[in-house]
Design a protein around this ligand. Sequence first.
Ligand code: NA7
Length: 530
Amino acid sequence: MGSENADIVIIGAGFSGLYAMHRLRNYKVVCFEAGDGVGGTWYWNRYPGARVDIESMEYSYGFDEALQQEWNWPEYFSAQPDLERYANHVADRFGLREQVRFSNPVRRLAFDEASNLWHVHSEQGDHVVCRHVIAATGSLSAPNLPPWPGRETFTGEIYHTARWPKENVDFSGQRVGFIGTGSSGIQATPIIAEQADQLCIFQRTPAFCMPSGNRPLDESHEHDWKTNYAERREQMLNSYGVSLVDYSRFSAHDCTPEEREQILEKAWHSRSAFQLLFAFSDVMTDKQANDMVCDFVHRKIRAIVHDPETAELLCPTSYPIGGKRLCMGNGYYEMYNRENVELVDVRSSPIVELTAKGLRTTDQEYEFDAIVMATGFDAVTGAMTRIDIQGRAGNTLLEKWKNGPTTHLGSMVAGFPNLFMIHGPATPGAQAQMITSGEWQVNWTADIIEDMQRKAFSRIEATVDAEQAWAQEVDACASQSLLRLADSWYNGKNIEGKKGGFMVYVGGFPRFAQLCEQAIEEDYSGFVLE
Ligand code: NA7
């Protein structure tokens, strides 16, 4: 098949990719998407109970006033089907679908130095030659499948929460083995427990799970948002991306134990699970303050879960609260009081293999009709390193990132000109609100592309020095946060052998945005243009 030309290739038709298509509609854009529909995260993660943990009045696009006025969210925290419906609505309303090549993932990118053009090759054999590539590939999009042997021998069905089938999966009458207790596991298990005959949950690390507080969206709340949307969107960009949290100004040490208890109790029942992390000014920076919040949640778990041994197993003690993404549950701890639910600790006796009948830990074999993996993602870097990307001089991104990702401002990599990432390594990612901060990054990127066109530049590349300076900024911020103390997908320690350090920028979205803007204002500092 011959090649075709475009100005820009966008990889991924998730929320950032869709907006990038709209923002860059004056260019010839081709978008490649692995799924057969739009929505990215909200296309793939269709497991039972999948729901966003940020209020949808916030977790939605702000680029078009009419769109945000006319759309109605049925619940405070939207379920996957509503988010997917919204992504489809946006694709149709703004005429974006025609540019997307569905079920056609990008497999190879090669940069041609003579012409400063990228050659993009897809699974279906498409070959597009373009000036710029925008990788809107998502930071939680490459599923993690631990390499247990024996997978093909298991005679029942195996599911991954991030590759859930579209057709209804019914576990009625089945013995289900469920691996993983992060956000996906916590949302899916209470629903599966109601269907299955037996549900056996394999936990490596317990999560902190808050009650979700989800309910139908009331009209006055919606009206309040819709009359103040411009101001609210501004507020979101000036905060950690979640404006509904009350950011406390005083330390946990400044309160009496009674006052602390009252504040935490209020936070536990507040609209946002994240309130617990901001109940005091120092929850994420002071270990003792953090311990007080952990102790509060441990007492909640012990009060809910009847069996004391199970309750203790469910109490996270090896990392600070907030060190991993807080989870929002709907009857998660209560589920362990059901007769048909069992919790198995695979920290003390890890899973070693899948067998014909089920799986084996170092302790014993378990028999199942179905196994569900909620084992998370090769986060932040996985979606990029799974594509064969050859930059200047044939150097590959995989090789360049073998000891961990390097970027300038989370957006570009030295040696890989004209390749932009949205939510790339060392951006705030899930530490900000992904849709709003994604829109912001798309705008920043589109401004650069437009400016290059005006000034007749054909190539932009980050410098190695700039990458090093950005790595120092990212580390300096991480070193002040207790987030560094947890083994999580933020630092790649959720996957055995993955190298990298801290891959998320925790200096706050406002500082991130300011530094990105500053780089452009200072005549593209850290970049070389030709
Ligand atoms: P997470 O949060 O990464 O959770 C994955 C879970 O799977 C977690 O409990 C892991 O334990 C467990 N896991 C991973 N590998 C193994 C192995 N080898 N053995 C046993 N258990 C394992 O992914 P989710 O999909 O739940 O959520 C991702 C994000 O989506 C979340 O952070 C929110 O931002 C929304 P571990 O904790 O690593 O010991």
